[in-house]
Ligand binder design. Structure first.
Ligand code: BTN
Length: 284
């Protein structure tokens, strides 16, 4: 089954492939967010499906959701496991007017959209964020974001944002070694959620934030993200560096003050919040 819908606020109308083909090339290249959600029964990874659509010229806002994902990918080459039919697995195409250096800002923008959506679904719980763009509730991960892009002539041609949000899964659905570090909207509320409706709400919020990005530029994102960031001034470690998280800079990098007072800029990878830092022998 393949279902395609255009999302205009919360109204759904059938989407015609012919209408898309008839659009002018300039419209298709537009950076404007044009929310369209395609739902497929099964995919290895929605990232690959969305990338194909991006390469064939689909506009920003084109999104693809899979009921079952057989080879979901996480950040840093990890696997993303999601029990069939229970959680949101969706990839969204963005064509932002920003350079590759600013690409991390887009992951942050989408974690804000996911956190806002989680707040609405899981009220009164409040979502927080963990650098670079995990979404947590009660310090447990509820959503992860993978951003994969293509650069040509020094510009970001497109970016595919992969959003994995734990909706209707319970502890028994998680890998046993992760039970204590994951949560879901059902665990938090006892409710069952309509995955398609959540996808549409999330896309709508992402559209609002993308429009703001196009109008104002990326400057507002780090400040907005940090309002949900509880780890400022916390001890963190990453690949042999231990220090204090100070702030997020304009490019979305994490600034860490090491024990000798040097400021280190971390632009990618995972950071650990637990102590002691594994593998740390001296002062950095
Ligand atoms: C992370 O490691 O935290 C990022 C996880 C991203 C998972 C989503 S699910 C939809 C999309 N398709 C994938 O294969 N991965 C992303």
């Amino acid at each position: 089954m393949t279902l395609s819908i255009r999302c205009s606020a919360f109204n759904l109308v059938r989407f015609s492939e012919k209408r898309l083909k008839n659009r002018t090339a300039s419209f298709i290249r537009s950076i404007m967010f044009n929310p369209t959600l395609k739902i497929i029964e099964i995919a290895e990874s929605t990232q690959d499906e969305a990338r194909k659509l991006a390469l064939s010229g689909s506009p920003a806002g084109t999104s693809i959701m899979a009921v079952v994902q057989t080879g979901g990918r996480g950040r840093g080459g990890s696997k993303w496991f999601s029990p069939p039919g229970k959680n949101l697995a969706m990839s969204v195409i963005l064509r932002p007017n920003v350079g590759p250096r600013e690409a991390p800002i887009l992951g942050m923008l989408s974690s804000i959209a996911v956190a806002d959506t989680v707040d609405t679904l899981c009220d009164p719980h409040r979502a927080s964020v963990k650098w670079p763009n995990d979404v947590l509730v009660q310090e447990k991960k509820i959503a992860g974001i993978l951003s994969e892009g293509q650069i040509s002539s020094g510009r970001l041609d497109f970016i595919v944002l992969g959003l994995g949000l734990n909706l209707n899964s319970f502890e028994e659905d998680f890998p046993s070694n992760l039970t204590n570090s994951l949560t879901s909207c059902s665990i938090l509320t006892g409710l069952t959620f309509d995955i398609k409706q959540v996808g549409i709400s999330l896309l709508t919020r992402l559209g609002e934030l993308s429009e703001r990005l196009e109008i104002e530029g990326p400057g507002f994102v780090p400040g907005m993200w940090q309002m949900r960031w509880p780890h400022k001034d916390h001890r963190i470690c990453r690949e042999g560096v231990e220090g204090t998280a100070i702030e997020i800079d304009d490019d979305g990098a994490l600034l860490v003050q090491s024990q000798n007072g040097r400021t280190i800029k971390i632009t990618s990878g995972e950071v650990l919040l637990r102590r002691p830092c594994p593998g740390i022998t001296g002062v950095n």
